[in-house]
Write a protein that binds this ligand. Structure first.
Ligand code: SAH
Length: 276
């Protein structure tokens, strides 16, 4: 755990923050420079046989291995894989959970909420990027995310978007995300009821929800730009469980309409109204 960079430190860390352990008998700062010192340190680190932990020095490598597994399991959009390889998921979860940050698993983020599995987050982003509008533009354009949670997905979205507006109804999580995403001016964090969308910054080229209700709130469709795409979990037609719903705002010679398709079963926290 001691290798975890202090909270608030951004990646990549500067070299002096890495704090590599000293090799036995290694020089201290007052001794003359020894070019072989780095090799001795590397040997000492190897001798300690630190298991890949997802933390500190090794986090880039562990993240890469997660990405390789996601690719092997069928996630093929290179931009999404690159985003997953870039954003340090362990910095968004509680320190005690950091060792699990690069497993393909959902993790608790407090207040009864969870951060979704990387494979599901990746799948939703890939669906968004496959929209004709996004393909033409080359990115997700202006995105509305409903359910900021800890801010991890907002950070991922920012890698493939021009601007991200993310809304959260639970004040402590909104505040937590603010801390995690300090220094990212292109991500606007809003405290409010995402069921109403965020009309002030509408329309959005892409809308993505991290919480699922019985239907898609009408406000989201009102705020989806022509050519835009929405992806959200929603109660399955059978009434049991949830499925991913994809809605395209199609505008062509026949006029403007919303085209909806249902996809695989998913498991998201419930979409709730009001703020707390
Ligand atoms: N994308 C998040 C996942 C958070 S879980 C992340 O990367 O961490 C889903 C979040 O949706 C929860 O924080 C929950 O509080 C929030 N939520 C549920 N209903 C909401 C609503 N109506 N408006 C805004 N946020 C909502």
């Amino acid at each position: 755990m001691s290798d975890l960079p202090p909270r608030g430190k951004r990646f990549p860390l500067s070299l002096d923050q890495l704090g590599a352990p000293k090799a036995a008998g290694a020089s201290d700062a007052r001794e003359p420079l020894k070019p072989q010192r780095h090799w001795q340190q590397a040997a000492a680190i190897k001798a300690r046989q630190v298991p890949p932990s997802g933390l500190g020095l090794d986090s880039v490598g562990v993240r890469q291995r997660m990405v390789q597994r996601l690719r092997r399991d069928g996630l093929s959009d290179e931009r999404v894989l690159q985003a997953l390889a870039t954003v340090p998921r362990h910095a968004f979860v509680d320190t005690a959970l950091a060792t699990q940050a690069y497993e393909d698993t959902s993790l608790p983020i407090g207040h009864g909420q969870t951060i979704s599995k990387p494979s599901v987050v990746g799948r939703m982003m890939a669906l968004m990027l496959a929209a004709p509008g996004a393909q033409q533009r080359g990115d997700l354009g202006k995105v509305l995310e409903i359910g900021t949670g800890c801010g991890y997905q907002a950070a991922l979205l920012m890698q493939v978007a021009r601007q991200v507006v993310s809304i959260e109804r639970l004040r402590p999580l909104h505040d937590k995300a603010r801390t995690h995403l300090a220094g990212h001016p292109q991500i606007r964090l809003v405290y409010g009821d995402g069921m109403l969308g965020h009309p002030a910054a509408a329309p959005y080229d892409s809308i993505i929800a991290a919480a699922g209700g019985d239907d898609i709130p009408p406000a989201w469709l009102d705020q989806l730009a022509p050519g835009g795409r929405l992806v959200a979990p929603m109660t399955a037609p059978s009434g049991r469980g949830q499925v991913l719903v994809l809605i395209d705002h199609v505008c062509d010679a026949q006029g403007s309409r919303f085209v909806r398709s249902l996809h695989e079963a998913v498991l998201f926290v419930p979409l709730k109204s009001g703020v707390m």
